[in-house]
Structure formats: C-alpha cells, structure tokens
Design a protein around this ligand. Structure first.
Ligand SMILES: NC(=O)C1=CN([C@@H]2O[C@H](COP(=O)(O)OP(=O)(O)OC[C@H]3O[C@@H](n4cnc5c(N)ncnc54)[C@H](O)[C@@H]3O)[C@@H](O)[C@H]2O)C=CC1
Ligand SMILES: O=C(O)CCC(=O)C(=O)O
Length: 416
C-alpha cells in the first residue's frame, strides 16, 4: 500500500515516445519540474528498472504497461496514454493497484479520418502503383481500374468518434456511407447502419475499420470475411493490427481479389524508427503502408499533449478522475482552505463506515465526502478542515482493504 510524502518538485514524471512538448510545458506551468522526457519507448527490462521511482508515466501506443511493469511501479500514481487506444496497458493490473489511466479520446480523431479519406481516394485511382512506376521512370497513363469516389459505397466498421467523423467527411465527397457497429448508433447525414458485418462486406466498395482492440474484434477480418467483400474492393485498416489477419489480406491482394489496401497498423510493429519493418504486404501493388501515423499530426499531438497532461495535473492536484478509462469517475470541486484525503480500496462492504469510524476516533473533522465505486474498487475523497499532519494518512492506512492513501493540501502539494 503506497503512502509517502512528497512536495510537487519531487514528483517524478516520465514521458516516453516523444510525447509533445505541450505536455511538458503544461506540467512545468503547474509546478511539476521533475520531468524526464524521452523520444522513444523503452524495452521491458529498462522500463521495469526505471519505473520504480516514477509517480506519473506518459506513453503512446508502443510502450507496453503489463503486469510485470506495474509490479515494479511501486510509486506509480497515474498513467497518461497520449493517444486514443489503451490496449497497450493492462487496465486491470492498474486498477487493482489503485492507479487510474487517462487517455485523449478525441484529440486525433480528425487526423485519422482525414488520412483514411485521402487513402480511399488514392486507392480508388490506383495512385500508389502509378506513383511508384513514375518514381522508377515509368508512365502508367490509363483510366483502367480508376474510379471516382462519387457514388461509391464506403462501409465503416465501428461507428464511434473516428468512424462517424469519417462518415461526415466522405459523404461530402459523394460517397454513400453504410456502417456496422455492435451498438445502435445515430447516423450522421444520410449514412445507414446495416444489420451485420456480412452485409457491410458484401455491399461496400471501400471498407474501413475503426474498432478498438477487444477480444471480439481480434482477427475479425480474415480469409472468410475477405471472401465476402466485393471483387476489386478496397480495405483500409487504421484501427489496430490485431483486427486483420494480415496474411489473408496479402493473399487476397496477390490473387487480385481486392483492388488495394491501406494499412497503418500491424500485428507486429517496429519498436523504433531504426528497426526494420517486416510485413507480407511489402512490395504489393496499390497498397499504401504507413508507420502507425494515423493520429500523428502536429495539431493532434499538441492537443493530446495538453489534454492528457491536464488530466494528470487535475488528478494530482485535485483528485478528479473524470474520463479515466479504468477508474471510478469522481468530479471534484476545488478545495481552497480545505485539505483533501484520497482513499482507494477494494470495493467490499463496510470500508466506508470503517473510514468514518477511524477518522472520528482520530478527532478528524469531515467537511465533505465523495464516493464512487466500480465492480473492483472504491474511491473516497474526504475534505477536512485542517492539516492533521501524518495522523490522517496513518489512520486511513489502517482501514482494511486499503490500496492507496493520499493527502492533497489546500495549496495543492501532494502526499501519495
Ligand atoms: N492509427 C492510429 O494512429 C489511430 C488508431 N486509433 C484506433 O482507432 C480505434 C477507434 O477509435 P475511436 O473511433 O475513437 O473509438 P470509439 O470507441 O469512439 O469507437 C469504436 C466503435 O467501435 C464499435 N465496436 C466495438 N466493437 C465492435 C465490433 N465487434 N464490431 C463493430 N463495431 C464495434 C463501438 O461500439 C464504437 O462505436 C481506437 O480504439 C484505436 O485503436 C485511434 C487513433 C489513432
Ligand atoms: O500516436 C500514437 O502513438 C498512437 C495513435 C493511436 O493509435 C491511438 O491514438 O490509439
């Protein structure tokens, strides 16, 4: 159970994978000066060594935060994923240790949608192959297999933030949009939801995937699904590499079953820009391969840097967990003149009454109390009228099923 006492300047923040400078600036402005900002991810052994004294970590899609890493992260208070996907984090391992995980659910949505739309047009015109030939001195001037987007059917799988944004953009260009989602979703514009994946695959000229990495989406597009797609149709995957069976896609492209593909995410991705990219899709005609840059625009990265660092600062200063992806969400008011106790515990009956009993026995006066739980943990926030020193921290630590205790002083310094 974590219980230490720290000043803001001692709170160690590790930012990996070239998280945008906007995050560093934001953290510095908020008084967090102990920041290590690295351009790459770290291999597991190095990360395990480094994370032992880290309070906040910021990552993107490449860093794997698994059980072994969390086990070593004795002081970790929160995780910031400077991206949308959180499949690289063992959310349960974080939860059971009382560590909230935050992400940026919308900041790169537009960037992905724009890229996919551009790719759909390029592929419909056979541009990758024509461009490649021209670079080699060839001249492939021909209208063969070259189509306008207007009147073609775009099938979107996963109609969430990115899928629905893509829907709006592509309709404005004249695409007819259909979509498949496991949830009934309000259609944008004239788009229509279809009843099954099979129906979407059979009707679309361009299929684009925008589902998260879940057990139910893993390898959801394989040989059987590709066989259902229209001859000469196009597949785009900017979701996760685990969604498409890449060998089946390569075979279909080689056999001329599909007219083209754009793939941004792969089952195995290089760990850094120096490592070789290996894929059965390399060298195939009319295939756009991009190095997981769907969300990599300067605009998106700057916004993500601000958004996620703000969430970390707010949690650190105030205890608010709104929009955490794994944690009970508590929206807390500012606490000027009050000290705030944070208590994270297993969600079992009786903990709240024990907390109140312990506080009362220690003569600690409660000004306000907030509680939120999920199936696994409870998160109680208690505002008290004065600095009780380590008395409050010690008292709360003795409550059974306690995972973590923190004190936030009214001037926002931190003990965690
Ligand atoms: N290539 C890149 O750089 C980026 C990739 N991504 C990926 O895109 C994914 C989607 O992002 P958002 O649109 O923001 O997520 P979202 O959560 O807003 O939308 C996902 C949609 O997929 C639906 N869905 C879930 N399981 C499904 C299934 N089995 N079949 C059909 N629909 C299903 C959900 O109901 C939801 O509507 C992210 O989870 C991330 O993995 C996100 C940003 C950048
Ligand atoms: O920018 C990144 O590293 C990953 C982008 C991504 O895939 C996401 O936001 O889920």
């Amino acid at each position: 159970m974590a219980k230490t006492s720290l000043d803001k300047s001692k709170i160690k923040i590790l930012l990996l994978e070239g998280v945008h400078q906007s995050a560093v600036d934001n953290l510095l402005n908020a008084g967090y000066t102990n920041i290590e900002h690295l351009p790459t991810s770290l291999d597991e052994a190095t990360l395990i060594e480094k994370i032992s004294d880290v309070h906040f970590i910021g990552i993107r899609s490449r860093t794997q935060l698994n059980e072994r890493v969390f086990e070593a992260a004795e002081k970790l208070v929160a995780v910031g994923c400077f991206c949308i996907g959180t499949n690289q984090v063992d959310l349960d391992a974080a939860l059971v240790r009382g560590i909230p995980v935050f992400n940026a659910p919308f900041s790169n949505t537009r960037s992905v949608a724009e890229l996919v739309l551009a790719e759909a047009i390029m592929l419909l015109r056979g541009i990758p192959e024509k461009s490649h030939r021209a670079h080699q001195g060839g001249w492939l001037k021909s209208a063969k297999n070259s189509h306008e987007a207007r009147g073609k059917t775009l099938g979107i799988i996963g109609y969430g933030s990115i899928g629905s944004q893509l829907s709006v953009l592509s309709e404005s260009l004249g695409f007819d949009v259909i979509y498949y989602d496991v949830v009934t979703k309000l259609a944008m514009g004239n788009a229509r939801q279809v009843a099954s994946l099979e129906e979407l695959l059979a009707r679309a000229d361009v299929v684009s995937l925008h589902v998260p990495d879940l057990a139910s989406t893993r390898w959801m597009i394989g040989e059987a699904e590709i066989a259902l797609m229209k001859p000469d149709s196009i597949l785009i995957n900017a979701s996760r590499g685990s969604v498409v069976v890449i060998e089946a896609l390569a075979e279909a492209l080689e056999a001329g079953r599909l007219a083209g593909a754009a793939v941004d995410v792969f089952p195995v991705e290089p760990k850094g820009n120096e490592e070789e990219f290996v894929s059965p899709l390399r060298g195939l005609a009319n295939v756009i391969l991009t190095p997981h840059i769907g969300g990599s625009t300067l605009e998106a990265q700057e916004n993500i840097g601000i958004e996620v660092s703000e969430k970390l600062v707010t949690y650190s200063d105030n205890g608010t967990t709104v929009s955490s992806v794994n944690f009970p969400e508590v929206a807390l008011p500012a606490h000027p003149g009050k000290h705030r106790l944070l208590h994270i515990h297993d969600n079992v009956p009786g903990v709240l009454s024990e907390i109140n009993r312990v506080l009362s026995e220690n003569d600690i006066n409660i000004l306000g109390q907030y509680l939120q739980t999920n199936e696994r943990i409870g998160y109680v926030v208690i505002d008290v009228d004065k600095d009780y020193g380590t008395r409050a921290l010690d008292a709360l630590s003795q409550v059974s099923h306690t995972k973590r205790v923190r004190v936030l002083y009214s001037e926002s310094s931190f003990q965690g």
